[in-house]
Write a protein of this length. Structure first.
Length: 119
């Protein structure tokens, strides 16, 4: 489902590591993680970074890349560049299960006890 910004504001996506100024009614980029609104557009990007440092102590907000996405075309270009620069997906790990692992265990030999009828 396509999501759009309700107003021009700064959005943070911690999964992709971007701070973005996204325009009103502009589509939010299709990327891993969640775009959360963190500040109004009235602030400068460095002021927003200072707010993020105070809000998210584990986030190195001063090193976050910043992008302005003011049109849907900007979002398309951002998605295209992000996909081109993304590391390749890891190869799927194949696990082979042999029939021996699924076979039923062999029955152990149980010594038979035979009573001596003379006793």
């Amino acid at each position: 489902m396509e999501r759009r910004a309700s107003k021009t504001a700064y959005f943070l996506n911690r999964a992709v590591g971007y701070l973005a100024l996204i325009g009103r009614n502009v589509r939010l980029p299709d990327a891993p993680g969640v775009w959360i609104m963190v500040a109004d557009a009235e602030r400068a990007p460095w002021e927003v970074a200072e707010l993020l440092v105070a809000t998210y102590p584990g986030l190195d907000a001063n090193r976050l890349p910043f992008v302005a996405l003011l049109t849907d075309f900007d979002v398309d270009e951002f998605e295209h560049e992000h996909q081109a620069n993304a590391p390749p997906a890891p190869e799927p790990e194949v696990v082979v299960v042999t029939d021996e692992a699924e076979a039923e265990p062999e029955a152990a030999a149980v010594p038979a006890v035979v009573r001596d009828p003379t006793q």
